[in-house]
Ligand binder design. Structure first.
Ligand code: ZN
Length: 282
């Protein structure tokens, strides 16, 4: 922190903080029940309001969380990303979790692998088209990496579960094909959590959903509670973030986004602008 309004108390020059970027007025019934991620009057710092990729940004003090001493600012930059995966698990985990399939091994998928491991899953299968991401997934706790361009994802997961399907699918790719796979990979009564945003329309065979009592659930962003837990998990080293990060100069930002959008990136899934890192003297 470098500056604050006169009525702000409890912070000092140089305090290390991370901002929860979903800002609400806190008055609606969703906010009042702690579901601030569902508020209709929400705005996103870095989305509706400017702030992403800036050296300095104005943030409501109520949105600030202290960064523990043992976390670098580079690691803390991924709290927001992790909080989204934390929310997906916190909202949708019920009962004993034995088997998980994660579709897509970008940052959310790689966090989902680690959260599935923390939740005790014995089988954690991950599908992805980029080999380098699959290699990271195996290091972080995945028990089976499936190259989606070379293997049949549905057949492979069903083989791994004696034809039954998995308890939980985390759909972290946002494509029609992976959404359809999500429903095909579940055991009867299983839950598919759709984490990735993607505008592609997706035909789903409800003749396989209804009789098998599948649960199809969306998940969106995070709450303050998810932010707190994400910081704890990083600080306690229960979630590892360093293999997910590639640093690059800010002037290469456009190329980084274009590579990620075209799925040709060989870099780790999260790119941290080096300019921001330097400016924070991390
Ligand atoms: Zn609200």
């Amino acid at each position: 922190m470098s500056a604050w309004a006169d009525d702000v108390r409890g912070f000092e020059q140089g305090d290390r903080v991370v901002g929860q970027p979903l800002v609400t007025r806190g008055q609606c019934r969703f906010c009042r029940s702690g579901q601030t991620n569902l508020c209709a009057n929400v705005y996103l710092i870095g989305g509706e309001q400017p702030g992403g990729f800036a050296e300095r940004v104005a943030v409501p003090v109520s949105s600030l969380f202290r960064v523990p001493d043992n976390l670098s600012l580079k690691q803390a930059a991924l709290v927001e990303t992790l909080a989204t995966s934390v929310h997906a698990f916190e909202r949708n985990l019920t009962g004993i979790l034995r088997s998980v399939a994660v579709l897509g091994a970008g940052a959310q998928g790689l966090f989902a692998v680690q959260l599935a491991r923390l939740a005790g899953a014995k089988l954690i299968a991950v599908s992805e088209t980029l080999s380098n991401r699959l290699a990271i997934a195996l290091k972080l706790g995945a028990t089976r990496a499936i190259h989606a361009g070379q293997e049949n994802v549905v057949e492979t997961v069903l083989d791994l579960t004696d034809g039954e399907g998995v308890d939980l699918v985390i759909e972290a790719a946002g494509k029609a094909a992976t959404r359809q796979q999500a429903t095909q990979l579940l055991r009867p009564g299983g839950t598919a959590v759709f984490l990735a945003l993607g505008a592609e329309l997706t035909p789903i065979d409800f003749m396989s959903v209804v009789p098998r009592e599948l649960h199809l659930r969306g998940t969106h962003c995070y709450t303050d509670a998810d932010f707190c837990l994400a910081i704890e998990l990083l600080s306690d080293r229960e979630i590892i973030v360093d293999p997910l990060i590639t640093e690059m100069p800010l002037q290469n930002g456009l190329a980084a986004f274009e590579a990620l959008a075209s799925s040709i990136s060989r870099a780790a899934p999260c790119s941290i602008p080096k300019l921001i890192k330097d400016s924070l003297r991390d």
